[in-house]
Design a protein around this ligand. Sequence first.
Ligand code: HEM
Length: 209
Amino acid sequence: MTTLRLKSAAACPADRVLAGFKCLLFVACLLPLARAAWIVLSGEAVNPVEFITRSTGTWTLVWLLATLAMTPLRRFGVGGWPLKCRRMLGLFAFFYLSLHFLTYLWLDQFFDWAGIVRDIYKRPFITVGFAALLLMTPLALTSTQGWMRRLKRNWGRLHRLVYPTALLAVVHYWWLVKKDLSQPLIYAAVLALLLGLRLWWRWRRPSGV
Ligand code: HEM
């Protein structure tokens, strides 16, 4: 009993630091949206629809890669906090993706469903972007503790879909860029590193990753 009380008392400051850090991270994840809204509303964006599409697309990719970076960070011995922030980052990736998709549906296509279906079918970068959206949706929907309990081991299996999602996301960016490939190349390199580390650990200790 005494040990238990001592343990919870000792855990409190750490818990409070983590809660504070998560609050800061939450605000940080909203900053790109606030900045984009400011730029659009102040009339600074030359082409607001293009600007919103690009900004939300970029931040979807950033938060997706940040989510994938949490496991390697933990393995590099920075403590347990990365895994506690992973779900928030993943949900923010999905939040920005929803805005990205909504911008496309509404401000770009004006809900012209026939045109949208044609676009998904005919333009390869839209096809892979849409495939990434389809893969990511069940991950966001099942991110709660309740779904984790219900799906048991299958939860982990399902959430491995984050790897093909990230691959499709990078391919989507790569295919839409016409000239300067330097930006998609940076994202591709980061993804290759994050996936490469996992493969390396799996190869060294097959049950470990
Ligand atoms: C995980 C999924 C996705 C990610 C990570 C993503 C990311 C991106 C990125 C990084 C850009 C370019 C930003 C820039 O030029 O600086 C972009 C542009 C774009 N994305 Fe996505 N996207 C995703 C899904 C989708 C989906 C589902 C659609 C529509 C069905 C879509 C439609 C577009 C369009 C129309 C553009 C603008 C292309 C242009 O400027 O010519 N994306 N996306």
